[in-house]
Design a protein around this ligand. Structure first.
Ligand SMILES: Nc1ncnc2c1ncn2[C@@H]1O[C@H](COP(=O)(O)OP(=O)(O)O)[C@@H](O)[C@H]1O
Ligand SMILES: [Mg+2]
Length: 456
């Protein structure tokens, strides 16, 4: 299929784009370096069967501004004249009646709006900006009664908040350019032989900037500009390198399918606590935790925002807490800000216990599900009060939940053993979680000794 280019050239896929577009895998990912022609390949693949009146495709970007600036803008160049665009519905309708819809999935639970949707073609651009929950949910919407193949098509650079789940799904289990089959067994994803009932296939197509012959010819210096990036970004954007976490994730046991749940009303007799990690350039994090009768912790609300002042945050913490009774608030040691909270906003805080490795061990232990399969730490889906859009556009985590999926051990340096300390990066919700878990543990052992009850 050839799409007309604005300048009357026909859009023709470059060889890598063509291989991706011809893939017969249920799920295909075109991934790696920036500028390889990934987004173009997605649009072109989405409209391949638009001569069929019943065909429909939906292509997602995580946020509306990104969607508008990239895919929608490019689709105007590629599709104007061949189809009609409805701005409100973000939908191209083709002469046959077939449709290409654009969507954004700002919050994890935004996917619930697609509960009754059906699309034979579902696409994600910048897949690592989405969550595994969103991807899995939409797989269940990938169906049709007209006999079209049902496929999921994605494109991405490495390195955003979804880096590790995407790597686990497409990069680690099989060599690049190889189709492999998988079935779900409980929480596990098991590789199986071709033809195994209910199996679904996947294939990863690595993409390099040199694949994009148009760009190479039109802007030969682009590659040199990528070479000027700092090493980590260069590895991701130029080389399409997925090996960013040499020493692994700190909380490997954190599984969103186990540890993240849809919110439920918190019983009145559960105690509530808050945990604060200060920051202005870095995000300020205030977490609200509820504790059930078996000492299981539920993160039910959080503020996670950079560039905010205590003068605004103090009143907001009060407003959000409303009539809830908070038994105690633990906080980072920062004397200045603790004093400000106490003096100006009547929020008294207890200095957190900050020993790093024992704290990490305590959280690791708490994450483990008990015999009933229930973990000691659970996060309410979308519990962050507002998503800090600046953090998101910088591809940084915007919540404690996202941090759990990214928090890594620091690379080994001379004189240090592996897993001796975590990378000091994107760890503000991790700090807050550690303060909470260790505070409650220490409180409990104290109560055991002194039979202390009531608030602290
Ligand atoms: N087959 C093609 N024909 C013409 N131009 C293309 C083709 N593939 C990509 N381009 C152009 O190259 C540039 C980069 O492609 P894009 O798909 O945005 O890359 P990526 O998503 O991998 O960063 C864009 O301006 C795009 O329109
Ligand atoms: Mg792109």
């Amino acid at each position: 299929m050839a799409i007309p280019e604005p300048s009357d050239h026909e859009w023709r896929p470059h060889p890598r784009q063509e291989a991706f577009m011809q893939s017969t895998a249920d799920e295909a990912l075109l991934g790696g370096a920036a500028g390889g022609g990934k987004s173009d390949a997605l649009i072109a693949d989405a409209v391949r069967l638009m001569d069929h009146p019943k065909y429909s495709a939906i292509l997602f970007r995580r946020t509306y501004p990104e969607l508008e600036m990239s895919l929608i803008q490019r689709s105007r160049e590629l599709l104007s004249g061949s189809a009609t665009y409805n701005q409100t519905r973000k939908t191209w309708t083709f002469p046959s009646g077939a449709r290409l819809v654009f969507g954004a999935l700002e919050h994890e639970s935004t996917v619930h709006r697609f509960q009754s949707a059906q699309f034979p073609w579902i696409g994600f651009d910048e897949l690592t900006s989405f969550t595994a929950y969103q991807y899995d949910f939409l797989i269940s919407r990938n169906r049709n009664v007209h006999g079209f193949p049902n496929v999921i098509r994605s494109a991405t650079n490495p390195g955003d908040v979804g880096h590790f789940w995407v790597k686990k799904r497409f990069i680690d289990p099989m060599p690049a350019n190889t189709k492999a089959w998988f079935v779900r067994k409980g929480l596990d994803d098991v590789r199986v032989d071709e033809g195994t009932p209910r199996s679904r296939s996947r294939r990863y197509f690595p993409s390099l900037v040199t694949d994009n012959l148009t760009l190479m010819a039109g802007d030969p210096d682009y590659i040199y500009r990528l070479e000027q990036l700092p090493p980590r970004e260069r590895a991701m954007f130029l080389e399409g390198n997925w090996q960013l976490a040499a020493e692994g994730l700190v909380y490997e046991g954190f599984n969103p399918e186990v540890h993240v749940v849809d919110p439920f009303p918190i019983p009145r007799d559960w105690r509530r606590y808050r945990s604060i990690d200060f920051g202005t350039v870095n995000p300020f994090v205030c977490q609200w935790w509820a504790v059930d009768g078996d000492d299981r912790l539920y993160l039910y609300r959080e503020l996670y925002e950079a560039q905010r002042l205590i003068t605004e945050l103090g009143p907001e913490i009060h407003a959000l807490t409303e009539k809830e009774h908070i038994s105690a608030t633990v906080a980072d040691h920062d004397a200045q800000e603790r004093l400000q909270l106490e003096r100006n906003h009547q929020i008294r805080t207890i200095p957190a216990w900050k020993e790093l490795l024992p704290g990490i061990q305590a959280v690791t232990k708490k994450l483990q599900p008990d015999i009933e399969g229930r973990p000691g730490i659970t996060v309410f889906r979308d519990c962050v009060v507002r998503v800090d859009q600046k953090l998101r556009s910088e591809r940084k985590p915007t919540s404690t939940q996202e941090e759990f999926g990214l928090y890594q051990w620091a690379p080994v340096t001379e004189g240090h053993a592996p897993k001796e300390e975590p990378l000091k990066k994107d760890d503000h919700g991790m700090d807050g979680t550690r303060y909470m878990v260790t505070f409650l543990e220490r409180l409990k052992s104290r109560q055991g000794r002194f039979r202390l009850t009531g608030d602290v």
